[in-house]
Design a binder for this molecule. Structure first.
Ligand code: SAM
Length: 351
């Protein structure tokens, strides 16, 4: 639990403490990723088209609605929340939201995914609000290349954000790197070396075909996790991590390796080459309040209308969520065709 306050614990009913959410295939759903904005201050080439139209503010869930929705999920059995976007730290009121989420008595872990451009300003406030873990996107350590991949980004600003996060004392900080064969795969060992030296975790992600991008052909940029590992093994002695006793560390799509003598974990998220759907424990909510049952499928249900129209009746919202989970797909079906099967971009999805 996030708080040991006796008062808070007294307000949790036994039913809420033992609540259990499962999908139609019996997979326990304990993890929700909530996008709080589709807007971003970067334009990563694999994530967005160069010209993007963002949603009008009236369509985005308010801070109060996000907070209420998160509370409902925890009362139904969700124990881990990740706040994402777009770039969550450019959402007005983000710190207020995190403070409210940090108080949720049933939550085990509050996490954030960010591009780090605003971490100098926010890192300590986020930690104080109760954010446990933070994921930071970093696709290159070369300033020119970083700018090319993000179209507008300043590497120094991101590195300063990483330092601020280290100083703030999060439980773990993980770098996320989308590996592109001809853009940054040759930097994988430099990125791992950086992670090891800085005491950070790092995950390499196979690019997913979400949204129609115009910067590169996704098929031409595909590099499998296995190929990356082979490349890394000529620099580091990688040892597959034993499953940890604490299962929470293992839930999720990444498979982890370690380098002897270092605490850092080197993860590989392989939506194409190593399907992980059978252990999927997560659902997503878009910034407009659509419950997405699978990142790689279109099945979704609107939660915004019930949140707005039945605000005094959480049971109404809960029933919609329970029914929707019966339609969580068995798995995603990504292929490397250049025409994306899923037309929404990752920033709209909540990566
Ligand atoms: N703005 C924040 C950030 O940059 O981390 C959070 C949102 S971003 C959409 C979340 C993660 O999704 C980032 O690590 C990003 O690299 C990843 N991502 C975006 N588009 C992707 C794609 N097409 N395939 C794989 N990962 C992607």
């Amino acid at each position: 639990m996030k708080t040991d306050s006796v008062n808070n614990i007294n307000h949790i009913s036994a039913a809420q403490q033992s609540a259990h959410l499962a999908d139609g295939l019996g997979r326990a759903i304990t993890y929700v990723r909530m996008s709080i904005t589709d807007r971003c201050d970067l334009r990563c080439t694999y994530c967005m088209a160069e010209e993007m139209t963002f949603l009008p503010r009236s369509e985005i869930l308010s801070i109060e609605e996000l907070s209420r929705l998160a509370k409902t999920f925890t009362e139904m059995g969700v124990r881990k929340l990740r706040i994402t976007g777009g770039e969550p730290l450019i959402r007005k009121g983000v710190l207020t939201l995190m403070e409210q989420l940090g108080q949720l008595p049933l939550l085990d872990e509050l996490c954030l995914t960010t591009n780090a451009t605003h971490l100098v300003q926010y890192a300590q406030g986020l930690r104080d609000a109760g954010v446990d873990r933070i994921n930071i996107s970093l696709d290159s350590l070369r300033p020119e290349r970083f700018r090319q991949l993000t179209r507008v980004g300043d590497l120094q600003q991101v590195l300063a954000g990483i330092r601020a996060a280290q100083t703030a004392g999060f439980k773990r900080i993980k770098l996320n790197c989308v590996a592109l064969k001809n853009f940054n795969a040759d930097e994988a060992s430099d990125l791992v070396r950086f992670a090891l030296d800085e005491g950070l975790d790092i995950s390499f992600i196979e690019e997913m075909p979400l949204g129609k991008i115009n910067g590169h052909a996704r098929a031409a940029e595909f590099i499998s996790s296995e190929d990356l590992r082979v490349q890394l093994q000529s620099h580091f002695l990688l040892q597959a991590e034993e499953p940890r006793a604490n299962a929470k560390n293992n839930a999720g799509p990444a498979r982890y390796w370690q380098v002897s003598g270092y605490d850092s974990r080197i993860g590989f998220i392989s939506p194409h080459s190593e399907n992980f759907c059978s252990s999927c424990n997560r659902i997503r909510v878009t910034a407009t309040g659509r419950l997405l049952l699978c990142l790689g499928q279109e099945n979704s249900v609107d939660l915004r209308a019930p949140l707005r129209e039945f605000s005094a009746d959480p049971a109404h919202l809960q029933n919609i969520i329970i029914n929707a989970l019966q339609h969580k797909p068995l798995q995603h079906n990504f292929d490397l065709a250049d025409e994306p099967q899923i037309l929404r971009f990752m920033n709209a999805t909540g990566g």
